[in-house]
Structures are given as C-alpha cells and as structure tokens.
Design a protein around this ligand. Sequence first.
Ligand SMILES: O=C(O)CCC(=O)C(=O)O
Ligand SMILES: [Fe+2]
Length: 324
Amino acid sequence: MQANLPVIDLAPSFGTDPAGARDVARQIDAACRRHGFFYVVGHGVPLALISHLFMVNRRYFELPEDIKNRCHIERSGGLQRGYDPIGWQALESGRPADLKESFYLGAERGPDDALVRAGTPNHGPNQWPDEAHAPGFRLACETYAAALERLGRHLMGLIALGLGLPRGHFEPFLQDPMPILRLLHYPPQQASTLDDQIGSGAHTDWGGITLLAQDDAGGLQVRDELGRWLDARPIEGSFVVNLGDLMQRWTNDRYRSTLHRVVNAQSGRDRHSIAYFFDIDYHARVEVLPTCCSADNPARHAPITAGEHIVEMYRRTTLTESTT
Ligand SMILES: O=C(O)CCC(=O)C(=O)O
Ligand SMILES: [Fe+2]
C-alpha cells in the first residue's frame, strides 16, 4: 500500500514575500507532526546535479570489491568514512546484516581543524577513491553536499517558523555542523538472500533532518501509526525529508522520528539512493524547545549532546566484535 505523504512545494519559501515562507512552514509543521516524513519539490537543487551523482554512485558500486575495499571504513582511522560492504551494518537488531553497501562522506577536516585537534569523534578527513577508478567522484560528491547543506539550512529555517520560533533559531546550532553524505546501493533481494534479510532494517534516523534522493526502483517503506509498512514511492526530482531522533526530542515529541526500512524485493534490479543527513554541531545541546513545553506539557526528554547520541548509534548498529 502507498504511503500518503505530503508533497510540499518549497518554491514560495524562496521568495521575498514572508507569507510564502509562513505558508510552506505551516505545511511542513503539519507533515512533521503527522508523519515525520514528506517530499519536497521546488527545492532549487538542479536535477542535473542529482542525476549526475546517481551516475557516479552506480559506477562506483560496479567497481571490483578489492578496489572498493581500498577505502574500507576500517581504514579511516576510527571515523565513519568510506566504503562499507554488505555485512557491515544491521540497522534492525535481531535481523541479519542489511543487504546494502554504501559510501560515507563527511565534512572534510584536516589536522588543523579545531574539532579534529580536540579529538572529536567522527571529525576528520574523508577517504576518496582514486580518480582513475572513479573519475569525478570527489567533485560530484562535494558539489552535491554543498547544495544540500544550503537546502538543509533553508529547511531548518522553515521548521523553526513552523514551531513558532524565529526563522534563524537553529543557526547557533549549525555553526560547524557534521553532515553526512551516504551513497547507497541495494542489490535485488533474491531467493539466495538470508531469511529475513532486507535492504535496510527498520530504523529511525538519529540526528536532525535527512534529505533522501531515491532512484525509480522503489522499496523505501515508512511505518504508520497502525504499524503498517507503507511504500514511499519514488517521485522524480524530489527529496524525501524525514526527521531524526534529535528533532523528536527537541520538539518534545511534537514531531516524529518515524521508523522506515528498505525492501528491494519488487524491482528485480539494483536500487541506488543518496542520503544526506543534515546533523547539527557535535557539541550542540538538544534541550526541549521553549515553544514545545509548558506547565501542562513538561519536557519529556533530558538534554543531550547531539554528537554523543549519533556516535553511540553508529556503534550500536555496526557489526563489529563489540556488538555481536
Ligand atoms: O535508501 C533509502 O531509501 C533509505 C536509506 C536510509 O533510510 C538511511 O540510510 O538511513
Ligand atoms: Fe534512514
């Protein structure tokens, strides 16, 4: 069954008329309360940029395993960067590893970066495949990430408005953010797949907001209030936006961090997607927002440091000796 998720046109929010932004913000607020998921169109990111990164994504995962493994995540010096093969992550505890491979990228930070010098977890340099093996990979990823960061900031401004806060409310939490770009490839599920193995086990995202581009294979499913898995169909040129756990906590559960998963069983072919996790500053303290609590509705969550929560979730879902 199809999920009936709102498709929100962002175009009016880029204009000079504040009424346009307020109207879009109202739609976003309603979608975040009801579903924790919505599509955006009219977002201003050129389609050519998105389709180019899809091409780079497909080519990369077609490379031989030994070439991909040169950037294996275990070679990133303890960071969550580079290639993770099938078997690396299990997002749903109790299920076999997810039937997917991926490539993680973060903000590029050298040894002189203040957060790197301070030893902040998951802050540091990226791994990049050789230009000879993956021509244009780095440029395509960096160009896309820069465009999505602009869109992420824009959306956070609209979310603030929808919460009755000034549009710039989240900016102090986005001084030096830790966005993650993740290229994903899901082989088709076949009879040879392990029992119960799916593309991506049921999970919520952990941080701020996720902006997902999916190809036309389908397979993303979102769980509704009745516990049904509903298909979030591909809409060309759109991004699926969903809220992570930190947004649910920040809003005192007014917004939902909704369970979702990927089951690539229908298409009979490979599926590719590009997730951009727009996560706030590592040291940002997420404490229930003033407009989301009152005497009648006291804070349900203790304050939390954004980065600590996210790093802990990586640890819990990685199939290394510490979790298996
Ligand atoms: O590939 C997709 O469609 C979803 C990916 C996802 O949910 C994730 O990486 O958190
Ligand atoms: Fe997710």
